[in-house]
Design a protein around this ligand. Sequence first.
Ligand code: DGJ
Length: 729
Amino acid sequence: MAIIYNEELKTFSLHTKNSSYQMKIGKLNYLYHLYYGPSMRDEDLSYQIMQYDRGFSGNPYEARNQRIFSLDALPQEFSTLQQGDFRISSIEVSNGDGSYSFNGRVKSFKIYDEKYELKTLPASFSTDKDHVQSLEIVLEDEITKVEVVLLYSVFEEAEIITRSAKVINGGSESIHLRKIMSMCLDFMNGSDLEVLHLPGRYGQERQVERQRLTHQIHTISSGRGSSSHQQNPFVILCNKDTRENAGICYGTALVYSGNFVAEIELDQYDQVRMLMGINNKQFDFELKPGEEFEAPEVLMGFTDKGFTGLSHMYHDFFRNNMCKSKFVHEYRPILINTWEATFFTFDDVKLVEIAKAAKKMGVELMVMDDGWFGKRDDDNSGLGDWYVNTNKIKCGLNNLVEQINDIGLKFGIWFEPEMVSEDSDLYRAHPDWAMQIPGRPAVRSRNQLVLDLTRKDVQDYLIESVNKILDSANIFYAKWDVNRSITDIFSTELPGNRQGEVYHRYILGLYRILDGIVKTHPNILFEGCSGGGGRYDPGMLTYFPQYWNSDNTKPIDNLKLHYGTSFLYPICTMGAHVSEANPNIPISTKGTVAMCGTFGYELDATKLTAKKIKECKRVSKLYKKYYPIIFYGDYYRLTNPFVPGNLTAWSSVTKNKEEALISVVVTNLTVNGPQEYIRARGLNPDWKYYIDILDQAVSGSVLMHVGIPIPREVPEYTSYQYHLKHVRK
Ligand code: DGJ
């Protein structure tokens, strides 16, 4: 059983294959959090709690004279508000009488045999292969009758516990929700913990930073209306000695694409509390009597096998239980994207020329990027007008697609549905559809405004106009872009006192639009994009099986981008292309790097020399050969590109360990330096592996212990792909 309630001890124990999580209904029916860590038996772990009369830590009135009973010093499963716990609270609610208070205590619970469901938000799902059990615990404030339902699903085999929370206004007056966290995770002593997260910026997404906790509240958040380039809704808490292949880590990933926050507090007694959920920046959600609010899901994972162990858990979970598109399990054709080839200057004839040249490179899918619709000759106009610009696509979309298909390529198309240009028919017809604060000119970014996705009429327009294009021709692929952060948070559809709902309602609107477009087109391969990887998050990946990693296609920068992104996201979700950036780096190396993702090209194929076309063809062939290892195997970070060195290496090993691909890029060359070796990981130590480049078989054990010598006397930016195959004798 994945979830056990012990009647006598009043404990809830949640067990995955190798981890356990425990809560207990404690004194006065408060819900304590007792444990998250390596598997344990069904024992009562409240022995850890030591209680003292802590000065300035208040005591609930019902505790009478027990001055040692304070929520400020007890581990909480969902921290309360105004009950003497001065640490970060999981909820902030203004009640009907204007008071800010929530005294949540266990009212009831239920355990059942399937994954819980969220009605308004994307979430993970279980398949027939998973043993999933769920638990719902209702915490009630007896005075206001406000309830918080804590939801848990335990994926035993996948080692993931998902969590969410639902607020129900069971009282007779409206309440205002000002903060609601999806996850609260308390540690009775966390002084050894460190935090690892993925900050970045445009063109340099998901870099890796790791810090010790100090006595303060550490905040990792986005307030840009989307999960953003600048932060990612993924945080690891680890021990100070945790490294790639060993050590304790707790992963937390929020399935949400809007403003988020992770707060980590190391308090006065070295207790650690981590919260994760929707950012409460400008958040104020009214709940009338009987109404409820769903908080997004958090994916929690624990391992003592280091960062690699944690990444493997998440990679499998995304592949099996997050991404709903069938393409997550299918071959992704090699694509060529027109953006860096032509920008806005193209017509149907040029596209056909590119397709013909690309075919010779081994390309299988041609993507027509920005510029095919409305009046769109630069990025100052046209957004919102989702109909074909017949000055450019003179033959019509259907005919163009047929020509591309006749060449032997599938066809893909670009959209940026959430935005509008002031110079567009849509804006001229519906200026009120763009978000704008009354009386104030809206903030422009890339000279575009944001559509008010909270409005149903806007949602319906987008669903209809995008679907019309998708259904008008043989479209195999669609790229969903979004190219600015959101400002001017105001919706004319909501009264003044409900503008605090706009950020969240925008995301709810976005998910409804995606349901209406992506879910109704299961045979179209969708790729997410936000000026590169600006909204690359678990919520988006429930819709899109792949996401454009970054507008930065420089291969050496991409070594870091892939490294950081791989902490949470599997390789099969990372868009990576060979481009003309860094002309001094050979195509073979660009190919090696781009094969760490959904492979493609971002260049004008008509301008390549015959030699380069041939080289691209060779690289495309390799991608096809190695595709099953890279996409379905286990990924290993073999070096850390953030640490100065000469080589960056990574590998993929098939699940059955029969084959592996070790990729190495020489990023620097120290004159007359020592010989360097790249040690393999994840092989069967007892098997022999034939290595193609060395033309030799070496045992897995030796390869993991000694490694492969990487030639020194080579030009910088040389790369190697060592293909290892189990030799059966
Ligand atoms: C930003 C994307 O990241 C690019 O790939 C391209 O699609 C442009 N937008 C088009 O405007």
